[in-house]
Design a protein around this ligand. Sequence first.
Ligand code: ADP
Length: 265
Amino acid sequence: MSADITPPKTAGEPAAKHLPDGELIRFDRVTKRFGKNTVLDNLCFSARPGKHVTLIGPSGSGKTTILRLLMTLVTPDEGTITIDGENLYPADRRHVREVRKNIGMVFQQFNLFPNMNVLRNITEAPVRVLGLSRDEAEERGRELLDMVGLGDRCAAKPTQLSGGQQQRVAIARALAMRPRILLLDEVTSALDPELVAGVLDVLRDIAHTTDITMLCVTHEMNFARDISDDVLMFDSGKVIESGPPEKIFTDPEQERTREFLSAVL
Ligand code: ADP
């Protein structure tokens, strides 16, 4: 099941080492169990560079587990996962470090460092992990904070910001590592309703102006419709339907998809 077929939009960030079929992420017959619970069942899907794949479906259907597998936070029981044609597993420590450099993840909870100001939250990893000078990291950090609408809050501590602002800092922090892949796990679910739109606007902007490949778990269907190249509908650890958003959201083939959408839309 392929996410899409067109090349990346721009040539800003380092280009993917293009494989013959141009896939950046591939899950091939991946099964993941927790005890007797089969959470992902023989899952296959792929995403091409620069594309935005949205994972939808009921709670507990395995969507977050996919993101966690990509972050090497859990290991698959069967099947292979490749990024740029390289097997993610078995994942030794060096390999894990390399993989994680390419992937940014934003969670429901913002997990900012409470004792550091906003700018420091964003510059710490680029300095320590990428080896940027403090000046370089700060210059880039300020640009990113401008991009998420918080250029004037560099010196604030996270607790002085609203939840929506903290989440925008978390997004800027992920981007500061110049990831090729951005994983978004229900990033607006913990926010008060009036703060959701500001965060989604920032993500729309990233989707429309960068060539970062995005895998996004969300219940925000209008947002999914706006940014997705491909939508995967999950149920009980399987993709039961996939396709472009115009198809999935307006004319789904599966009754289960229709039921799910009518409950969340
Ligand atoms: P979704 O993101 O679609 O809500 P998840 O991937 O979070 O689904 O979870 C799928 C299933 O796996 C759920 O039944 C959940 O309880 C179970 N699960 C997830 N992580 C663990 C874990 N670390 N240990 C045991 N069960 C887990």
